[in-house]
Every structure is written in structure tokens, then in C-alpha cells.
Design a binder for this molecule. Sequence first.
Ligand SMILES: *Cc1c(COP(=O)(O)O)cnc(C)c1O
Length: 386
Amino acid sequence: MRPSKRLSLIPPYLFAELERKIARKKAEGVDVISLGIGDPDRPTPALVVEAMQEAVTEPQTHQYPTNRGRADFRQALSDYYERRFDVRIDPEREVMPAIGAKEAIFNLNLAFLDPGDAALASDPGYPVYTAGPLLAGADPVVMPLVPELGFTPDLSSISAQDRARAKLLYINYPNNPTGAIVPPGFFERVVEFAKANDILVVHDNSYSEIVYDGYHAPSFLATPGAKEVGIEVFSLSKGYNMTGWRCAAVLGNADAIESFWKLKTNIDSGLFEAVQLAGVAALSPDADAEVASMNELYRIRRDLVCEALREAGVHVKPPKGTIYVWAPVPEGFESSAAYCEHVLEQAAVVISPGSAYGPSGEGWFRISLTTPDDRLQEAVRRLAAL
Ligand SMILES: *Cc1c(COP(=O)(O)O)cnc(C)c1O
């Protein structure tokens, strides 16, 4: 058996060694608490589950969906974008479903990149921003997120050669893994940069609904000119506790969406219509209270974690969005991975090394807030005692 060359380009799974160590500890009977993965622990809101239950009893949802998506799902997304972000979306031409943001981000590489092309990828960032271009036979070019610039990339430092061969640019705010929100003016600079260099911007909007302290996360598409140069991937996974459902959409530039549609008609057969109907329920104003109460739960957890880190001598600014606390590795450890191993050994708590999200994540670690309260409290007690 000979796997493809393209598969060998993907770096080894960074959590493999950590996962082996966790499994060994658990087998030894150690009570390991994981703060590693960002996967909401609370159930999907009841109104979404009930909409799904009803939808699956309808035989017309059982057949192949179209890749364009149901008209009511597209309309729900359009209404939501207007209500939530003050952005107009043409439900016919400017939106289509995706089987999760991950699927959309990966397949956009196949739709837009050829060998020799490049994709500019936020670093640290969601791993598909770099694995996707590699699997498409193209080159990821990382853009370090600069802490002093509010974890945005310095666009002026991108070389002329990389500007010329780049066809995609991946950004994400509120940001995984840094928890950063978009600083004023950054989206505007991205639009200008994309216009000047003929690059399609892909804004990964996976966290707009998980926000704190009165912050309201904007859509990239609300930026003047954004629809001419960009698309946004909107996911219901994190904000609506729907990671297992695979419900997302791509919105924005109509030509880009047409290309994405053409690609997808050759790859998958659409998003299960019952899931689209569940998505309609999630996007209705009726679900707003659910989102607000989830955010209050995460806010309490965020404050708990930040306070414990302060006690342990690690100073962090509480994030205004996402389910992550991003913090610098304390003095005396040679790498993020070494520190995370130390925490696992000494406290039996799993945290993510920043280096797992790209070279610029080195020197940082990430804590996810998606662990039930009692377990998180216990983990935090152990961290504070380190
Ligand atoms: C979780 C996550 C995704 C994946 O979302 P799905 O819709 O579940 O595929 C994409 N991007 C970022 C930044 C994420 O954190």
C-alpha cells in the first residue's frame, strides 16, 4: 500500500504523543482532566433538537439535498445576517450550506488553488488553514499573529513574491486559539490588501456568538468592500453547541460561492435537510436566550480560569470572545510542549501547547472552557497549586 505523496506532506498529528501519555495515565487510574479540546460540553438547545425530531419524520428530508441548500435555510441565514450583523445577503446567490466550517475551509483550497499558488494563513491558527493548501498541492504561507498588534498579522511584512502567488487569505475573529477580537481598522486593511493583490479573503466566523462583557462581534462582510473580495464561513458548531451536527454556511462574494458550488457538486451531496431545518431553528430569535445563557456560563468559567492562572503567577487578559484562554508559558520551560507535559505530570490536567497551532504559538498554551463546572473547578485548583 502506498499512500499519496500529498498525504505525507501533512505533519504528524501533534497531539499523538500527548494522547498516548493521557491514555497511559488514565490506565494507571489517574484522574485526568482535559482542558484541551474546544467542544461545547452543554447539550444542543432543546428547540433545535425538537426541530430536528420533527424534521426527520418528514419523508421529503430523506432524499438527496441539493448543494445549493433549502430555500428556507438560505433565507434564515440571510435574515440572521441582517438581524445580527446588519449585512444584506442575497439568499439566491450569496449563501450556500457547508457540512461544517472545516469542510468549507478545506474544500475552498481545492476550488481556488493550483500547484505553485499560495494561501496566507493566520499563525497560530486552525490547522486546516495550512493542511488544506498542502492537500490541494499548493503552499501555505504563515502570517504570524503579532500580540502587540492585537493578534493580527502585519500585512505590510508579507513579501512581494508571496503577495503575487497568494490567492487565499485566512483570518478568524473572535480568534482561535488566542481569544483575540478584531481591532478597529483591521478588516478595512484586509479589504484594501486583498483588492491590491487580487486575493480572496476567507473569514472564519466560528465564534461570533461567544462573546463577553457586552462585546458584539462583527461580521467581516459588514466591512465596506468586503463582499467584493471575500467570503465568510459561518458555523453553528460552537455558538449553538452543535459540533456533532455539521451545520455551517459560506456567505459573501457570489462568484466565489458559484465556484465553491461547482466544486462541491463533484465532492459531496449536500447537507442533510433535517439538519438544515434544525439550523433554521437555531438561527431564529427564539434561540438568542440560549446563546446568552451559554455565554454567562462561559464567562464565569473564564473568570475562574484567569483568576487561577494569576494565582499561579501567569498573567492573562480575560478574552472578550471564544471558549479559550491563551496564556504565556511561565519562565523556566524550554517549550510549550514541555510545559504542557509538566502540567499533565504534576497536576493531571491536559492543556494545549500553543505550538500545535503553528510556529508562532510557541511560548503559549491554550485552555478550553468547555469542561463541566465541577471538573473545571478541580482542574483550576490543581493549576493554582502548581
Ligand atoms: C471549531 C472550529 C472550526 C470547525 O467548525 P465546524 O463547523 O465544526 O467544522 C473552524 N474554525 C475554527 C477557528 C474553529 O475553532
